[in-house]
Design a protein around this ligand. Structure first.
Ligand SMILES: [Zn+2]
Length: 167
């Protein structure tokens, strides 16, 4: 096992109290939290996950590791980068909804259809504590909505519209 894998236990299943807890806002971005943020990114990158919220790694704090994609070509998403978002809030959300097929490492082997806002404006603090604002749509918007749900103790089993596949 890698050091990272020893340091963090990925929290799984919907009875898990950490996954069901409403996470705390981050007041101070301490060096320890910066290290945690770097670890979240590393864990996500190593496992080729598209998202990882702090509670999934065992901490009930409002931090998410996100990826962004260029989706001009269907099924040929181009990776644009990774972003840590602290205390993310959805400021605006489109009335238009989309249905997306979602997976979650906390719910292994589940691939379910979930309804989400097609576009959102998210505000957050970056790792330096600067306020940022991003307008995101489609998959990039789904990622943020899925992760903010994790900060609020919500799993997609709570809102799935169709169970597509369960091994
Ligand atoms: Zn998830």
């Amino acid at each position: 096992m890698t050091t990272l894998a020893k340091k963090y236990t990925i929290q799984t299943w919907d009875h898990n109290p950490i996954l069901r807890h409403i996470s705390e806002n981050i007041e101070n971005i301490t060096p320890e939290l910066k290290q945690f943020a770097a670890d979240l990114i590393k864990l996500m990158r190593r496992n080729k996950w598209v998202w990882l919220a702090a509670p999934q790694a065992g901490r009930n704090i409002r931090m998410i590791a996100t990826t962004q994609w260029d989706q001009k070509k269907w099924k040929d998403d181009k990776f644009l980068g990774e972003t840590i978002m602290i205390n993310p809030i959805i400021k605006e959300a489109s009335q238009e909804m989309i249905i997306w097929e979602e997976a979650c490492i906390s719910l292994p082997d589940c691939l379910w259809l979930v309804k989400r806002h097609k576009s959102i404006i998210v505000e957050y603090l970056d790792i330096k504590g600067n306020k940022q604002k991003k307008k995101l749509k489609d998959f990039n918007a789904v990622i943020i909505q899925h992760e903010i749900d994790h900060l609020d103790g919500i799993l997609f089993t709570d809102k799935l519209i169709e169970k597509k596949k369960k091994k």
